[in-house]
Design a protein around this ligand. Sequence first.
Ligand code: ADP
Ligand code: ASP
Ligand code: MG
Length: 421
Amino acid sequence: MSLIVQKFGGSSVANAEGIKRVAKRIVETRKAGHEVVVVVSAMGDTTDELLDLAKSVSPLPTGRELDMLLTAGERISMALLAMAIKGLGVEARSYTGSQAGMITDGRHGSARIVDVTPGRVREALDVGAVAIVAGFQGFNRGTGDITTLGRGGSDTSAVALAAALDAEVCEIYTDVDGIFTADPRVVPTARKIDTITSEEMLELAAAGAKVLYIRAVEYARRHGVTLHVRSSFNNNPGTIVRNAREGDTMEEPIIAGIASDLTEAKITVVGVPDIPGKAAQIFTIVASTDANIDMIVQNVSSAATGLADISFTLPKSDGARVLQVLENNKADVGFTSLQYDDQIGKLALVGAGMRTNAGVSAKLFTALFEAGINIEMISTSEIRISVVTRADTINDAVRVVHSAFGLDSDVEALVHGGTGR
Ligand code: ADP
Ligand code: ASP
Ligand code: MG
């Protein structure tokens, strides 16, 4: 008898019918003789609606209260799911994150898991029950407060439980058939990937492919958890995400997939004295805000002025804070002005095979050129090339690059549920 962790995202449990459908599926797995631990997200767009509600009563709600509010979403779905499973004649018990032993640090809104003590989950399994755990939430021992793991964090809850309980597999059920070569909402002819390395998935997730939460992929990689991303709407096999094994590289496709991101903005620090230490000074100031900066480009300084421009990208949600600290240090750094641009889109082409393949960049840039799309910034890693374009060209950019690399499939991908919000 093996232990399986099954995580169901919000779109899979959007309404009563969805909850009943998911319950049936869990019961089938239990009846096949497996121990089943379920992690469930809030129903449909509940989390977004709760956030809207919070904003309508307070412009800047505190992290503690926001977490208290948001965790209510998962509490609703876990209890309903347990009821539905019991209705099918199988014992089930629901647990909040703290009851399930999801211990985190104290960072409200983006807490990290520091320990998992799933004693009560184990007890439930030992009496033959299905354990249902509320995703996305944890408990901080220091303050005794409830925390959340960041948007999309139920994936992390599932992986952490799978690691702690030594599960055979962690199944991530969602509204598409698996991980595709691009978001099927953007590229209907995207192709389903059968197996992808955690290294590649990490790059895709970092670049905006929200089908898996980046921290969940990191956690799975570190703990050697195998992920199976699949649809909760059918029984098709999905995508296996696992660590690379020796010899894998032999048959690797050059490109695994393409991701895009519209949540970033660009800050340009104009007129920075081109002398040693200025980049260090600027990014030390930026780092003090804890913002996650990504691409950095410095142009050549003009000989006449000895001044250079430095641009970098960062989440829009960090924009105001970073502009403020830079402005506060303007005289000290000695730059001329700041520019803020939140109309950018980022496209990333990912594939372990590009390591050994020259010409990938040329092909990417040519495809964009032929579509009349201007590239504003470029950055690369060993297995990724990213470019920044105007936001309103990003979906076209994804489609033309997808075709240029021969990734299109003959059949259209099905998106079963969800609003994509
Ligand atoms: P859940 O509610 O199950 O957590 P999410 O909305 O977080 O689901 O993730 C599933 C969605 O991720 C899909 O509906 C799809 O639009 C989007 N997505 C983005 N990139 C990809 C990709 N490469 N492959 C599959 N889905 C993707
Ligand atoms: N309900 C949370 C969210 O919408 C967590 C999750 O679904 O993974 O972000
Ligand atoms: Mg998700």
